[in-house]
Design a protein around this ligand. Sequence first.
Ligand code: RB5
Length: 142
Amino acid sequence: MLAIASDHGGFALKQEILAHLGEKGISFKDFGCFTDRSVDYPDYAKAVTSAIINGECTQGILICGTGIGISIAANKVPGIRCALCHDVFSAEATRLHNDANVLALGGRIIGPSHAIMVVDTFLSTPFSNDERHINRITKIEK
Ligand code: RB5
C-alpha cells in the first residue's frame, strides 16, 4: 500500500497523481490535505512516515510547493529515506542505490506529466540489493 500526502502547495499535483494511480489500479491511502487551504507540511510528512514505520504502508509520496520542506521533515524520522526527485534518472537511482521509501515532489516545480513519469519510475524500480549500497544505507541509520 502506498501512502500519499501533500500540503496546499502540492495539493493540485497530488490530485493529478491520485487520478493516475487510480487509472493504473495502484492501491493508495490519501493522508490529505483535502483542499488548497493553507496547512503545515510537517503534519503531512508525519502522517505518511508514521504509516510506513508502523507497517500500514510500504512506500510513500509527499508533495509540498518545492518538495524541500516536506522531505526535510520526513528525513527526521529514523527508517525513512525520502528522496526529492524532479527527474527520472534520480528516481531510478534513489531506488537502486538508496532504497528510498518515500518520494518527495514539488508541486510548484514540476508539471504533472513529468511528475507522473517520476512516480512510475520510483514505484517500478526495485532496490539493487548490492552489498555496497546495503552497507551505506546501514551507516545512515547509525
Ligand atoms: C508553503 O507555502 C511552502 O512553503 C511549502 O509548500 C513548501 O514549499 C516548503 O518547503
